[in-house]
Design a protein around this ligand. Structure first.
Ligand SMILES: Cc1cc2nc3c(=O)[nH]c(=O)nc-3n(C[C@H](O)[C@H](O)[C@H](O)COP(=O)(O)OP(=O)(O)OC[C@H]3O[C@@H](n4cnc5c(N)ncnc54)[C@H](O)[C@@H]3O)c2cc1C
Ligand code: FES
Length: 261
């Protein structure tokens, strides 16, 4: 884990309320793994006091990339940063995705900003046979890969209002992919809002497909010190608490107690 003052290289709007930022940190780039995250101090003053967590969306040379949506005070401050500004970053943190074997077809299922860690995973795996499914509310929220400078990644899109791609939910796309790929062993990797994760996990369980979920939770420290990010493990995995920041954010879906999430 590294804590450093890093230089922002770019910070540009790529979709409605959505920004793509790169900051320079060769030491972090050298050790970053898909599924890990960073904690960013958005302002050097004490307000806001807490760092904000963001998934690592990728790396480019010595630049580490994040993709974020403006939802409140911290992300609004972040969106105003300019190239050359300095920002304190702690990371990479947490445990990332376990990579699938060569005979297993990876299926990424993203909801909204859940696309960020799955882009890093997808680019790292660089598998021709992978599926990348991305769900959004409306077309204005859709993040086009070319806006991120990514070539060769073309997610299947679903929007809830039907303004782009499939009219409906990303889980519809997942059902369709799975029904067309009955004989191929698959593994699902998912990140997004909790109801979507629950639905994806139900589909995976119903078809006995391994599923890794990347969870979000409110995080005060990001390093296992505050207990603020505790989630319950399933009773058959001792029912104890796990920390999203240290034991996750990526978990095997079956380890978690979905009844109390
Ligand atoms: C491991 C991890 C990885 C994340 N990766 C990304 C990412 O790649 N891109 C991205 O846009 N966001 C990501 N988030 C969520 C991001 O951290 C929050 O959106 C951000 O902290 C909100 O800060 P704020 O000060 O703007 O909002 P606040 O003023 O703190 O909150 C504004 C609103 O956002 C909600 N919110 C706050 N924190 C979270 C959270 N952790 N998850 C969901 N909703 C939250 C609040 O409930 C509130 O409604 C991640 C969170 C975690 C835990
Ligand atoms: S965020 Fe503090 S223990 Fe996880």
């Amino acid at each position: 884990m590294i804590e450093a003052s890093t230089e922002i290289v770019f910070n540009k709007r790529v979709a409605k309320n959505t920004f793509f930022m790169g900051f320079r940190s060769e030491p972090m780039v050298n050790v970053a793994k898909p599924g890990q995250f960073v904690m960013m101090r958005v302002r050097s003053s004490i307000d806001p006091l807490l760092r904000r967590p963001f998934s690592i969306c990728g790396v480019n040379g010595d630049v580490l990339l994040i993709l974020y949506r403006v939802v409140g005070q911290g992300t609004a401050i972040l969106s105003e940063k300019r190239p050359g500004d300095l920002i304190r970053v702690l990371g990479p943190l947490g445990r990332g995705f376990a990579f699938p074997g060569k005979a297993v077809q990876p299926i990424m299922v993203a909801g909204g900003m859940g696309i960020a860690p799955l882009i890093f995973l997808s680019l790292t795996l660089a598998r021709k046979d992978q599926h990348f499914l991305a769900g959004y509310g409306i077309s204005a929220e859709v993040v086009p890969p070319d806006q991120l400078g990514i070539v060769g990644l073309s997610p299947a899109i679903a929007t809830e209002d039907g303004s782009q791609g499939h009219h409906g939910r990303v889980t519809d796309l997942l059902e369709s992919v799975l029904s067309n790929a009955k004989k191929i062993p698959s593994a699902i990797f998912t990140c997004g809002p909790l109801p979507m994760l629950q639905a994806v996990r139900r589909i995976a369980l119903g078809k006995s497909i391994p599923c890794q979920v990347s969870l979000e939770s409110t995080m005060a420290c990001g390093v296992g010190a505050c207990q603020g990010c505790a989630v319950r493990k399933a009773p058959r995995f001792d029912g104890a608490y796990a920390h999203v920041c240290q034991d996750g954010p990526v978990f095997d879906a079956e380890i978690l107690d979905w009844e109390v999430m």
